[in-house]
Design a binder for this molecule. Structure first.
Ligand SMILES: NC(=O)c1ccc[n+]([C@@H]2O[C@H](COP(=O)([O-])OP(=O)(O)OC[C@H]3O[C@@H](n4cnc5c(N)ncnc54)[C@H](O)[C@@H]3O)[C@@H](O)[C@H]2O)c1
Length: 251
């Protein structure tokens, strides 16, 4: 028996990285999965491999959200899990951060998570059952230089999670945030314009002395999507190798 048997899940940013790892684990555990992303070729290939569905979804678009949630409800007969995972990063010092870059990050990370949560209130309320998992970051718990927009968006996700948990608890919907530390994906190199960046020196400074793997965050998402986490809502789940265990980086 799978830990997610009977669950129907929409995962954003699921064509690669942590979203793809979650799609794999969710499918292995018996969930019906809708993989959503703007990377259509990668997303379709993964969906074919897993026997999942693929839907183009730009998380900053209201119309795309309506279409994606309608598709999940129509094809799966309902929607009980939302993993708001899509996210982008932008490095720049505060004094040089362009408004357009700040707004771009907020639109995807913060407005995307808001639109996603809003879109699933109706189907999850109808089911009187749901788990919304919002991917924040350790940058939703503490600041990081050169990441003003990203940090703002991840703090916002942490706050929105709590508001949603309070409003939606009576409808049987749980809402939690995940706070990964440095995870081995393409996010950093993509933000650097496709250039490979050596982040190993940062990873070595956390208690566990390494970066995390996408599967390690996916396992946390499985727990939160499943009924095993039935008394958890409005909470912050940190998986950061110990990065936030101290007020200073380990020497
Ligand atoms: N990698 C890390 O170190 C790290 C740490 C903490 C939190 N996070 C968060 O984890 C989440 C997943 O990131 P990742 O590490 O897998 O990075 P990634 O870059 O590999 O994956 C991000 C995915 O989001 C998709 N995406 C980007 N813009 C989108 C949009 N407008 N609409 C829909 N999809 C969009 C991308 O196409 C990609 O598939 C993000 O929210 C990120 O902020 C990452």
């Amino acid at each position: 028996m799978g830990r997610l048997d009977g669950k129907t899940a929409l995962i954003t940013g699921a064509a690669r990285g942590q979203g793809a790892a979650a799609a794999r684990r969710f499918a292995e555990e018996g969930a019906k999965v809708l993989i959503a992303d703007i990377l259509d070729d990668e997303g379709k290939a993964l969906a074919d491999e897993l026997g999942a569905l693929y839907q183009h979804l730009d998380v900053s678009s209201e119309e795309d959200w309506t279409a994606a949630v309608d598709r999940a409800v129509t094809e799966f007969g309902g929607l009980t899990v939302l993993l708001n995972n899509a996210g982008i990063l932008h490095f720049s010092e505060l004094g040089k951060t362009k408004l357009a870059d700040y707004e771009r990050v907020i639109r995807v990370n913060q407005i995307g998570a808001f639109l996603g949560m809003r879109s699933v209130v109706e189907p999850m309320s109808n089911a009187q059952n749901g788990s919304i998992i919002n991917v924040s970051s350790v940058e939703g718990l503490a600041g990081m230089p050169f990441l003003v927009a990203y940090t703002a968006s991840k703090f916002a996700i942490r706050g929105m999670t709590k508001v949603a948990a309070l409003e939606l608890g009576p409808k049987g919907i749980r809402v939690n945030s995940i706070h990964p530390g440095m995870i081995d994906t393409k996010m950093v190199s993509e933000a650097a314009g496709g250039v490979e960046i050596d982040t190993s020196w940062v990873a070595k400074k956390v208690a566990l002395g390494r970066a995390g793997q996408p599967s390690e965050i996916a396992n946390l998402a499985v727990f939160l999507a499943s009924d095993e986490s039935s008394y958890s809502t409005g909470a912050e789940f940190v998986a950061d190798g110990g990065a936030t265990a101290t007020h200073a980086l380990k020497v």
